[in-house]
Design a protein around this ligand. Structure first.
Ligand code: GLN
Length: 228
């Protein structure tokens, strides 16, 4: 039973930002998606009870650093900078930053983002990389939810959105008149963040991840949400 699990292995608190389909999003009261299912499978492997905390994306690392959350799963890209604050597990997905524009846009490649208005989600790698273009005259509009950036684009308030490829597909499918450019802005990898120095938990997570990779569970979870 759940109660027995809690007694045996304790609670595993996951911090996320459930505005990032298909990795984490709301389905009624539940938080579902690839990361939510991977976290549940890891907790099951460890005999622990999963608890999900839905917070702002840029609060996830602070929550882990302060110890309020045990791990962050949020389609979180491994970066050198974040590795100063947290430790990352083995990677579990490849990803890329994609550019969304209106169907009639003249923006056709990453170079064309110079000097235009680009929407991003605050604190994401999209934000970090597009902010480098501010020196080239690019204006960065930062939103707390990626979908808000996509809405601003469809309302003509901004010229492009830079966001991870899978949520880009979901948001473009839900919005009229937008397209995703073929060329990626960057290539990245997702991993699970834990408190720096918590090697005990990190080793447990990596062990569970390996089991889930080897026994096909990880592929099954991904296939459920991403149609090939
Ligand atoms: N992969 C991006 C990052 O790590 C975006 C993640 C997100 O918005 N949930 O910054």
């Amino acid at each position: 039973t759940e109660a027995a699990k809690e007694a045996a292995g304790g609670k595993l608190v996951m911090a996320t930002n459930a505005e990032f389909p298909p990795y984490e999003y709301h389905d009624g009261d539940a938080i579902v998606g690839i990361d939510a299912e991977i976290a549940k499978a890891i907790a099951d492997e460890l005999g622990m009870e999963l608890e999900i905390e839905d917070i702002a994306f840029d609060s996830i690392i602070p929550e882990i650093v302060s110890g309020k959350a045990d791990m962050g799963l949020a389609g979180m890209t491994v970066t050198e900078d974040r590795m100063q604050s947290v430790d990352f597990s083995d990677t579990y997905a490849k990803a890329s930053q994609k550019i969304i524009v209106t169907e009639d846009s003249e923006i056709a490649s990453p170079d064309d983002l110079k000097g235009v208005i680009v929407g991003v989600q605050l604190g994401t790698t999209g934000d970090i990389y597009v902010s480098d273009l501010e020196a080239d005259g690019t204006t960065v509009e930062r939103y707390s939810k990626g979908f808000e950036a996509v809405q601003a684009l469809s309302q003509g308030k901004i010229d492009a959105v830079v966001i991870d490829g899978e949520p880009a597909k979901t948001f473009v499918a839900e919005t009229e008149g937008l397209k995703i450019l073929e060329e990626s802005f960057t290539d990245e990898e997702y991993a699970i963040a834990v408190k720096k120095g918590n090697t005990e938990l990190l080793e447990k997570i990596n062990g569970a991840l390996k089991t889930l990779k080897d026994n096909g569970t990880l592929d099954e979870i991904v296939a459920k949400y991403i149609k090939a």
